[in-house]
Write a protein that binds this ligand. Sequence first.
Ligand code: UTP
Length: 469
Amino acid sequence: MQLEKFENQDLINRLHKFKQAHVLQFWNELAPHQKGQLTKQLESFDFQLIESLTELASAQSPWEKIARAAEVPPAITLAQQSPVDPLYQQARAAGTEALAAGKVGMILVAGGQGTRLGFDHPKGMFPIGPVSNRTLYQMHFEQVLGRSRQFGIRIPLYVMTSPPTHDETTQFLTDHQFFGMDPADVKIFCQGVMPAVDKEGKLLLETKSRIFVSPDGHGGTLEALARSGCLEDAKTRGIEHLFYGQVDNPLIQICDPALVGYHLNSGSEMTSQVVRKTDWSQKVGNVVSINGKVQIIEYSDLPENYAKQTTPDGALKLWAGSIAVHLFKLDFLDRSLAQADSLPFHLANKKVPFLDISGKQVEPNEPNAIKFERFIFDLLPLAENAIVCEVKAEDGFCAVKNAAPANSETPQHVQNAISDLHSRWLVEIGAKLAPGITVEINPMFAADVESLKDKISAGTEITETTYFQ
Ligand code: UTP
């Protein structure tokens, strides 16, 4: 086919070399501006990288060998976190001091497309407060604000979006006046994208003039933080550590002083919060130590015989499950930037609608495409003195993932988890709750159980569903 007005010969050569010229199938039908858009998009792709990643899909899994060397990571377990333990007290004091000195900032990643939830807007806009109906965004913003007030400081919040979620998120947060945060303390930055390929390694056309791309994974955070100037902004504010959480988990104990303190006192460059796995097949990343370096093996990659290993007392050997809450030393992020490009890509088989060769829209019923994503946790092995810190799942982890009631991780589960957590706080300070009621505590009312003591006296009776705000 003779291509009309295709001026970039080098790009054509590359498309042929990497067997991707099919994407120009509809070129002659395109309007000039569409030709420009498609050319620009194609120029941004690294075809060599796409080819080598596609080859990985058929390569033999390296995980058997890696899993053989997997040991338990250095950990602060729950048993070590008793309030009377001197190391716990030192950690809490150190964390409190760092927070009060304004040395900790917060990154909230919200660039995912939430395909499983099937909500028509960015996931952060999903209403989740069990009594208040607050959105995920509002819950996170108010937690940051609650912590800021607790320590008399301003914690900056860096929110990562992606091209599909950026504009709507920015509009939503602006319309809601950043839920009370000073706009100067909120920075919204956008991550990059990666194309997907079909099983033969071919790029997929989303429309006649656009290649299908999707966000490049939460591993894109580091590069996007730097590119957007947010890393520099954090430095200018005197931030030394960045707390990282994901928008779909409203239970994150944002900037928990004890966690910050353990991270500081162990000289860790990257600390990951973990839960104790209740079952070998639990779908959480396995945090392990390999040759002295902490790393995560995804549940789908850890061979069953290694996942099932037990200690002499019958407990799971590889017990630490990642909940995607991390704490980074800023210097470490800076140093890792040079290596950000070498973080591995993970491959996932997904259903991606596309235009076939005749221009017909195809809606696949089965996964037809390979998506490539980088994961933030792959920074772990690069960190010095990385540790994990255990938290009870019911205190820190319940993410909104699925819509269907038959699944786990549905909005209903998460709402119950929020109400259960806040009920336990109230019971802990001596309040009396009537059975079956739902409760929710706004972090501006009380950021944690400690601050709740100052607000509600022991013996208070709570007889009906209540939102404390
Ligand atoms: P998930 O991998 O669970 O993806 O992201 P998701 O978008 O929420 O949902 P599905 O898989 O499409 O159903 C975990 C967290 O990482 C963020 C998401 O916004 C979520 O907070 N994330 C994911 C990004 O910020 N960027 C990405 O490219 C991927």
